[in-house]
Design a protein around this ligand. Sequence first.
Ligand code: NAI
Length: 454
Amino acid sequence: MVFDLIVLGGGPGGYLAAERAGHAGLSVLCIEKNALGGVCLNEGCIPTKTLLYSAKLLDGAAHGEKYGVSAEGLKLDHTRVMARKDKVVRTLVSGVNATLKANNVTVVKENGVITGKDAQGYTVQAGGETYTGKRLIIATGSSPAVPPIPGLKDGLESGFVMTNREALQLKELPQKLVVIGGGVIGLEMASYFNSVGVSVTIIEMLDHIAGANDADLVAILQKNYEKKGLTFHLCAKVTEVKADGVCYEKDGAAAFAPADKVLLSIGRRANTKDIGLESIGVALERGAIVTDAQMRTNLPDVYAVGDVNGQSMLAHTAYREAEVAVNTILGKADSMRYNAIPGVIYTNPELGAVGETEASATQKGLVFDVVKIPMRFSGRYLAENEGGDGVLKLIVDKEKQTVLGVQALSNYASEFIATAVTFVETEMPLEEIKKIVFPHPTVSEAIREAIFQY
Ligand code: NAI
């Protein structure tokens, strides 16, 4: 059968593209080898947030005295936490199945491989069948990067070393967990395991955790976690993974971090192998599919959305890219912009960010001002964060008088950063933002406060 569109991959990029295209009346086939929902729903965003919510409840109760709440016999049942996580995932995955069905998308649960192009379109083989699509959207996602560290592969094979996938299936809690890589996955997983009583050590090769996030906020976040008992080894190079821990070098000296489980979280690589890209000649750069602002590849009618194009490995980026690709197919003018993509680390406190940081604005030679305020300026923050040291930073374009970026270390930062996204995306003048009424009391008011302090 010839489809108007074949979508390869059913994660956030793929399923949303299929849904939008089906909704618009195209005949759509979505090919997914595992469960619909991809990494995000099945082994990433959603399951971690489910776990982290249980950890947050536990933390809140355990440290409730300062709020006049005391609890005895407090315990977390990891098995029940995991069971609830599975239930949440099942509900959402079945929701995606139902939505695709409602939008007349044909779903094939098989491994799909592009095999070439004929007069009718691009051919894809899946489960012994050959399907043809007038257009293709490649949305095959990414996989954990596995560097050539001695012992790592063996560790992964034996189960001693986990990626996010195995960590989210863990039946029993380890006593000692070593996390290789202090980025988003490392920090979120470390946060859960630390809350539930596991001794956690993070080994990070850079001199800071949390990647390109604002250095001041990241330093406060690290201090918060050190107080909670997490150990950080920064500027540390992993040299070998042994059967009982991780060898690393720091300041020229060899060291060893004992572990009964290791989590590998040093970044992800686009899934461009074994999907037949070479059969049609899709251009790659550093292992990811090259795309333009309409998500077009170098080939006519072939698009790539989500992690596979390596632009910004986030589910919400994939969603928007999917919409841009489908709009382009439908002949509607649309373009992808990456300057206002929010990033959140769901630690406790959360780190929410959008747009330029002081460092990135400096690097780009932008002319800007910085306003830095303690989150204590917000009454709601103070009410809920006894002794909290959260901070909000606002980066202002000096000439245009618009918001270039906002970074916040605070509870609810994941939610209220969306407000800042609007300001960065629309380049709304500060004078206009000042006329907007924010609900009171909310932590989001810190953004407004920072603007008035400028
Ligand atoms: P990441 O890029 O966020 O962090 C990897 C960290 O590992 C970096 O700090 C890096 O310096 C360090 N590293 C690299 N090689 C190392 C080595 N040999 N030894 C020690 N440290 C090393 O990657 P991560 O955490 O694996 O996440 C992957 C992707 O998943 C990211 O692109 C992220 O955006 C996405 N993600 C997003 C989440 C969110 O939005 N909340 C949650 C989880 C993942």
